[in-house]
Write a protein of this length. Structure first.
Lengths: 253, 253
DNA sequence: TACAAAACGATCATAAACATGCAATATGAA
DNA sequence: TTCATATTGCATGTTTATGATCGTTTTGTA
């Protein structure tokens, strides 16, 4: 097995379980203990975990799953959602906001061939992917980077958004329901996303079915701020009905 | 098969799978491993992927590992410069600025083990690499992304910097000389870097020897704004002497 | 504290992957 | 067609990753 694969899998296991043992990794990755130790040493030098005797524990990002891990799940659904989302974006001069998240990242990828777009984002991973596309104008908000989500948040991010007026925004969330509205796990992230939504004429939420009807810790905004939800067929039917009653157009990808 | 065809197929495979191996590509594209390696090298130079041993991973993707610890050819000087630069940074609460550039990127890598640092940068690639580190506080300026340099520039970037006061900054340049001072190829980049320098108490220029005595198109600031230059032994001796006469401490890494 | 088992780091030989120089081939312009 | 340039594949020596061995350190238990 290749080193890069091993490193990824070790981080996956760590994200899932919080700690791993060398013996466990030797079996799971079919590598020698020497290689496992070398891998752990490397990851520790990058501050991605802390070594213990017999294994390692997650360093810093234990409770919220890192973005890379969540990215693997439901990738096909997210790509279908993103493909539908891209059809909502016309050609021509248009200012478009993108918040962080794996689904919005797929939306960004679906938009790389559009022309004349100005894309505003507070997601570092999206910014990195779009930065070298000459056909797009990319504006990044400032802010403090959150290692768990790769989002730029806080007062600087919000101040950056103050002067902008966006035609359309795709927003990723951890939960959307008719009574609470949009919600996410982190309160500062929620506040920053709310500012972006307030500066946007038309807001479309992109979220896979598992988020529908769910309520996460921090509320972003009530359902009234949202024009449309694009999700997949695994979403709970009752929750979708309630969202439609609340005036949100629902599209299944 | 034509090179152009290979390049797009490689990118297609990467987009689909996240990572590829050289062996895999040799079979799929029916080309020699030498050609595949040349292709990967080319794509890496355009920030479209990151090479690993045995293959490559999608570049700019936040949820793949920052595996760029592997050194290229001429990176040795830059790494030595970066190692010296890191010794100028003490432990403890300290606010540190980093502009874009390959040398400053090496400085960022040399700083990942420091604790208590607040790092402010307008370079997207540096931000992506540092965002994962829980031991650092990372603040990204806003701004418009330049695809050539991965830097965030313009009024938004400058407004982001207005409220900050930095203890120390490492600045990358395209040219440094005693009469003109610091210069770079792009005027907007120059202006943004100038604002960062104005907000900083102590400015250290990091540049390999080929930049010393050189004058690029756009002037950033006069030599008086700079405390120290860290470069390598290939720098022109006369130019170094003039810089020292202008009050800049010169260190050869 | 003493002891045994497990885990650890260091070292080494092997094998895979790597960069590079060079000759042959393919491509595009005159 | 003919020449100039660029690209390709092979062969070379070099670097890097890996797994086994061995002596040392840590951990858990009596």
């Amino acid at each position: 097995m290749r080193q890069e694969t091993r490193l990824s899998l070790i981080l996956d296991l760590l994200a899932e379980k919080g700690s791993v043992t060398v013996t466990e990794l030797v079996e799971a990755l079919e590598a020698s203990s020497a290689s496992i130790r070398r891998d752990l040493e490397l990851l520790e030098s990058q501050h991605l975990l802390s070594r213990t005797h017999g294994g390692a524990v997650a360093g810093g990002l234990a409770y919220e799953l890192p973005l890379r891990y969540r990215g693997g799940r439901n990738k096909e659904e997210k790509q279908r959602i993103a493909a539908v989302a891209a059809t909502r974006v016309g050609e021509g001069p248009l200012s478009l906001g993108l918040t962080g998240g794996t689904t919005t990242t797929e939306v960004a990828r679906a938009l790389v061939n559009h022309k004349g777009l100005t894309i505003v984002t507070n997601a570092l991973n999206i910014a990195s992917e779009l930065a070298l596309r000459p056909n797009l104008k990319l504006i990044v908000t400032g802010g403090t980077a959150r290692s768990e989500s790769y989002e730029l948040v806080g007062p600087l991010a919000e101040a950056s958004l103050e002067g902008m007026n966006l035609d359309l925004a795709f927003v990723g969330v951890d939960g959307i329901s008719a009574d609470v509205g949009l919600s996410t796990h982190h309160e500062v992230e929620a506040h920053t996303n709310r500012v972006l939504i307030e500066r946007t004429r038309r807001v479309i939420v992109v979220a896979d079915g598992s988020k529908v009807g769910h309520k996460a810790f921090a509320r972003i905004c009530p359902p009234s701020g949202v024009s449309e939800l694009i999700t997949d067929a695994s979403a709970d039917a009752d929750a979708l009905q309630q969202l439609e009653n609340a005036g949100i157009k629902v599209t299944l990808a």
